[in-house]
Design a binder for this molecule. Structure first.
Ligand SMILES: [Mg+2]
Ligand SMILES: [Zn+2]
Length: 186
């Protein structure tokens, strides 16, 4: 079975914006993210992006624009020597109560079916507890990128089952850790 690395988008690959990334003009790569994805690509893991894009449901951005951003993002990663296999996004608002908005695991489960993934051997990297919760629910090893400016930052994380398995400084550090854990396993 295929092992995956699930990545959140905003705050992991591109900079998060309070008013949402609504077009390619507003998409700002996080320094080192593309290089990290390149290093990951030699590792026989399928990289899948799972992202909440409620701006669609809020009418702030069209599906077409979101998909255009994702096409360009995938192309940019490819040009840097990495590969994102697929991007899954939830277009709904929290109040829509869908089953795909993280922390719900709907998109992770869909990806697992589409790619015959071994979720227990997969990793999830996100910057919110809702990412961690979704990953944990399906049995992934979870890594949380720490952002002390955000509510729910690492400092305030409860020491209980909601805590991620690992806390890392950015995607690059997450990839270092994944490569280390994978080589220890072999
Ligand atoms: Mg995020
Ligand atoms: Zn949804």
């Amino acid at each position: 079975m295929t092992k995956a690395v699930f990545l959140d988008r905003d705050g992991i690959i591109c900079k998060d914006r309070d008013d949402y990334v609504k077009s390619w003009d507003e998409f700002v790569w996080i320094p080192g993210a593309r290089k990290a994805l390149k290093r990951l690509s030699g590792n026989h893991r399928t990289v899948i992006v799972i992202t909440n894009q409620s701006a669609v449901g809020r009418g702030l951005v069209s599906r077409l624009s979101v998909e255009d951003i994702h096409q360009r993002m995938m192309r940019g990663v490819h040009q840097a020597g990495g590969k994102i296999e697929k991007v899954y996004y939830c277009p709904h608002r929290p109040e829509d109560d869908c089953n795909c908005r993280k922390p719900k695991p709907g998109l992770l489960l869909k990806a697992a079916r589409d790619f015959a993934l071994d979720l227990k051997s997969s990793y999830l990297v996100g910057d919110n507890l809702s990412d961690v919760e979704a990953g944990r629910y399906v049995g992934c090893t979870t890594m949380m990128v720490k952002d002390d400016k955000k509510a729910g930052s690492v400092k305030n994380l409860p020491r209980d089952k909601t805590r991620p398995d690992y806390i890392v400084s950015d995607l690059s550090a997450a990839v270092d850790l994944i490569l280390k854990l994978d080589s220890a396993e072999r």
